[in-house]
Design a protein. Sequence first.
Length: 80
Amino acid sequence: MLAVVGAVAAVAAVALAVVLLTRPGSSSVSGCLEVKVPSTMGGASLRVCGEHAHTFCRTQGGDARIAVACRRQGFAADLP
């Protein structure tokens, strides 16, 4: 019985590892935009979601890093 429990636990651990290693690299949630930009203190991570993300891409999309992030997340239509 103990061997069966150990085998099930091992299969579950392998399945979890496969799921975690094969999911997309970005941690962005659908509808959200995440971008790292230089700032006065070295760098900043910006995260905006929903309508704020559309507005952000419209107003800040002239910056190359932001434009790439907007395109990647599907906000290309909002770029200037």
